[in-house]
Design a protein around this ligand. Structure first.
Ligand code: CA
Length: 486
């Protein structure tokens, strides 16, 4: 039976399908469900098998490069561990304007093709001085100095969000975990003043830039990285500045890139200077509209190649559900930037794929199922899968998952779908992490899909991981869990 037929059947007869589920599931799953109903807790441990994780098989990054959740405003940095990291905004799904942007995730790579979700590093709930309603965690940046990582993020301190912007700082000894908020930088903020960018010059002096509306400002940062060492000054010489300041240096030339005001289709422009605080000489547009009303990005060199990190809305078609992309950025001999070509394939690998990691594998059909989710055979006879996760409130749940000493862990979900972008909601220990996007695999029996997110697990065999359906059709094969080392 084709999945399409199943869907129409199920939509009309959800209760009947639930009955079928009870017949179809294995003994083990049935007993789990019975216990679930009786005790309201799930005492049956879901058993897994340790395997070597399968390779992504990717030879280019593809665009968008991050697809499991919606991210935007990528600030990329190369740190001393040799990896490249993306610090991005997170468009919450479903959106409400850009109000709900929150819970920053960081991504890392060693080859530009395979990207690790390092997990959530800060949410508005962690910011004591922030607006009481939360949300509004907009385009961030990160810097490293003397063993400490400094994460800078724009966030309002009051309910009047656009009049109370501040630049907050969170710090950690690690690049992508354990960040603790330290408050905001005195002297920065005010109406529409957003998008902090931090640039460290070759001599170690650090500069802070930010701005919005039509105003872009910069200043030296103090040695503490959390105070201004000089008065803010206007960045002079920019044309049609809107927001999204980014500063980098190449061959002794300072570059300031930014988003312009082109209506409904912002572009990226740039200016150059021989001084980090200008005055600047305007040089033109280097990224045409991406299909999204906003634009925002960073220019970074990694393993001898230059890249533009930016965002579009290719996956969602919505300007508040954006996705990060990467393409090559090339310079002319005189140092000017060539127009960036926006590609679907993204960029090639600049290193070996990551060594295979040990992961715990859990067959979806051996998890606790409910709400209409059913077990079915794969057509090729190679195993079993879970169907009918398009039904509202259908679910697949893992119980008593071992969180070791309480670790970050990447949850990967392997599936087939012929739908465009179906989604599963990931809930861990009753915390709603996100809807996870599942890119189409072009067939209900094409089990080539993988969507993933990194979460924080509690210590011991205590963790409950639940995937809830109701957002398009997904045939679920198996789930893996990979603890991340710090
Ligand atoms: Ca399976």
């Amino acid at each position: 039976m084709s999945k399409v037929l199943q869907k129409s059947d199920s939509a009309q007869n959800a209760d009947e399908i639930k009955d079928i589920a009870a017949v179809n599931t294995t003994d083990q799953v049935e007993s789990s469900q019975d216990l679930t109903n009786q005790l309201e807790v799930d005492p049956v441990k879901t058993t897994g098998l340790e395997i070597e994780a399968v390779s992504s098989g990717k030879t280019t990054s593809m665009n968008p490069v991050i697809t499991s959740i919606y991210t935007a405003d990528p600030s990329a940095h190369v740190w001393e561990d040799g990896k490249i990291y993306i610090y991005a905004s997170h468009d919450m799904d479903p959106p409400r304007g850009c109000d709900l942007m929150d819970r920053y995730h960081v991504f890392s790579s060693e080859d530009m093709v395979n990207w690790v979700d390092e997990g959530e590093i800060l949410s508005s709930e962690d910011v004591e001085w922030g607006r009481p309603e939360g949300g509004f965690m907009w385009a961030p940046d990160c810097a490293y100095k003397d063993g400490t990582y400094y994460f800078y993020y724009p966030h309002p301190s009051g309910s009047d969000w656009n009049g109370t912007w501040k630049v907050g700082v969170a710090t950690s000894k690690k690049p992508a975990s354990d960040f603790v908020d330290q408050g905001y930088i005195d002297g920065l903020g005010g109406f529409s003043m957003i998008d902090p960018c931090v640039f460290m010059d070759d001599d170690g002096q650090v500069y802070m830039y930010y701005g919005g509306g039509s105003k872009c400002q910069g200043a030296k940062l103090g040695d503490d990285m959390m105070s201004l060492a000089t008065e803010l000054q206007d960045m002079v010489g920019l044309e049609d500045f809107h927001e999204a300041t980014w500063v980098f240096k190449r061959n002794g030339i300072y570059y300031l890139t930014y988003a312009d005001n082109k209506g409904g289709a912002n572009q990226m422009r740039y200016a150059i200077s021989d001084n980090p605080l200008g005055p600047w000489t305007y040089k033109g547009i280097f990224l045409e509209p991406t299909g999204c009303d906003t634009t925002h990005g960073s220019v970074v060199e990694y393993k001898d190649q230059w890249y533009l990190f930016y965002h579009n809305q290719a996956l969602s078609g919505q300007g508040n559900l954006r996705t990060v992309c990467i393409d090559h950025l090339y310079f002319n001999e005189d140092g000017t930037i060539k127009m960036v070509e926006q590609t679907r394939k993204g960029v090639e690998a600049v290193g070996n794929p990551p060594a295979p990691k040990k992961v715990m594998k859990y067959e979806a059909e051996e998890c606790v199922l409910g709400g209409g989710a059913t077990v079915a055979d794969k057509k090729d006879g190679s195993g079993k899968v879970v169907n009918n996760l398009h039904i509202q409130d259908s679910f697949c749940q893992l119980n008593n998952v071992d969180g070791k000493e309480g670790t970050r862990a990447t949850i990967r979900i392997y599936y087939a779908t012929a739908d465009a972008v179906p989604k599963l909601r990931l809930t861990v220990n009753d915390t709603d992490y996100s809807l996870l996007n599942a890119l189409t695999t072009w067939g209900w029996e094409e089990y080539t899909g993988c969507t993933y997110l990194t979460v924080l697990l509690n210590p011991g065999e205590t963790n409950t991981i639940k995937l809830t359906g109701g957002n398009g059709g997904i045939n679920l094969d198996y789930i893996t869990i990979e603890p991340l080392s710090d």
